[in-house]
Design a protein around this ligand. Structure first.
Ligand code: ADE
Ligand code: ZN
Length: 345
């Protein structure tokens, strides 16, 4: 482990903001701000059941994952054209660049759109064009990960994969999201086996609200390379040992966990404990338009609440690069930039 010299706590926020970092867990539909929802609704003539941006924002009072997902899927209904998908992604990437995110691996939920009659190509082309522009214009290296909605059937996931395969050069992997409890990873064993054979990267949400058993089956049945969330893992000490032994990255989302009542307060969050147990934990924004903060806000609020140090900050950023699906040469380059930021702090 690289030892980081202590940094006075009043200088830590500036370092958290300035350090280069990767975001590995962002649902692009969860970056749709209320203002853009209203603008797209008007542009596309889509009716939404809220009178104003303020009224919509007021509805963002969640009690658990499902209470959020209901509003999140409704918000995505304004996305119809390729330019809509581009505009949403570009708005996120501008915010990511401002937060010194140099690498972003972006989830998208095609079934939310294809179920409304939007073509797979429309979705992927819009998202991918924004990623290509971000590399040239913002210096953010962005790639896409297609997520299957776990509340839908295995057959629906297979159909979705088939529709996406003509565009396989535009996404690097697949994930599993939506309502966790009652939809264990093994429901998608065969789809993930096929994706693995196709050479796609594999990740899955597990242990957000669901039990450690779902993390085990994401690892052993789906054979995922990263666990999204995973914060329920400490309930099973054997699982913690396994995650540490195999250096499985956990893409933790502190403000999401707070807003969805996974932890009553940020001060109760287990991120520091996960890091101190030697796990490859990272910080991510999940659905920043709904949970009150993009990357740097997640870092700043979580550090303020938990008393983590510069050593933790370095480890989180380093884990984000090591846990990413970037090419090895790019990972080394990012870590050199990170080391330079800490040397200059
Ligand atoms: N889709 C968008 N955000 C999600 C989350 N936090 N958990 C599961 N599915 C999601
Ligand atoms: Zn998520």
């Amino acid at each position: 482990m690289t030892a980081i010299r202590p940094i006075p706590s009043d200088r830590l926020p500036a370092l958290l903001a300035a350090m280069p970092k990767a975001e590995l867990h962002i649902h692009i539909e969860g970056s749709l701000e209320p203002e853009l929802i209203f603008a797209l609704a008007q542009r596309n003539g889509v009716a939404i059941p809220y009178a104003s941006v303020e009224e919509l924002r007021k509805a963002y009072a969640f009690t658990n994952l499902q209470s959020f997902l209901d509003i999140y899927y409704a918000g995505a209904s304004v996305l119809l054209k390729e330019q809509d998908f581009y505009d949403m992604t570009w708005a996120y990437l501008e915010k990511a660049a401002a937060d010194n995110v140099v690498r972003s691996e972006i989830f998208f939920d095609p079934q939310t759109h294809t179920a409304r009659g939007v073509a797979m190509q429309t979705v992927i082309d819009g998202l991918h064009r924004a990623c290509t522009d971000a590399k040239a214009k913002l210096g953010v290296d962005a790639e896409l990960i297609l997520c299957f909605l776990r509340h839908l059937s295995e057959e629906d996931a297979f159909d979705t994969l088939e529709q996406a395969l003509p565009f396989k050069d535009k996404f690097i992997g697949v994930g599993l999201d939506s309502s966790e409890v009652g939809h264990p990873p093994e429901k998608f064993a065969r789809v993930f086996a096929k994706c693995r054979a196709l050479g796609l990267h594999l990740v899955a949400h597990a242990g957000e609200e669901g039990p450690p058993a779902y993390v085990w089956s994401a690892l052993d049945v789906l054979k995922v390379e990263r666990i999204d969330h995973g914060v329920q893992s400490p309930k099973d000490p054997e699982l913690v040992k396994r995650l540490a032994k195999d250096r499985i990255p956990l893409t933790v989302c502190p403000l999401s966990n707070l807003k969805l009542c996974v932890f009553p307060q940020l001060a109760d969050h287990n991120l520091k404990a996960l890091l101190d147990a030697g796990l490859v934990a990272t910080v991510n924004s999940d659905d920043p338009a709904y949970f009150g903060g993009y990357m740097n806000e997640n870092f700043l609020q979580t550090f303020a609440a938990t008393g983590m140090t510069a050593q933790h900050a370095y480890q989180l950023a380093r884990n984000s690069f090591e846990g990413s699906f970037a090419r090895e040469a790019d990972k080394r380059r990012y870590i050199e930039k990170l080391d330079a930021a800490f040397a200059a702090a």
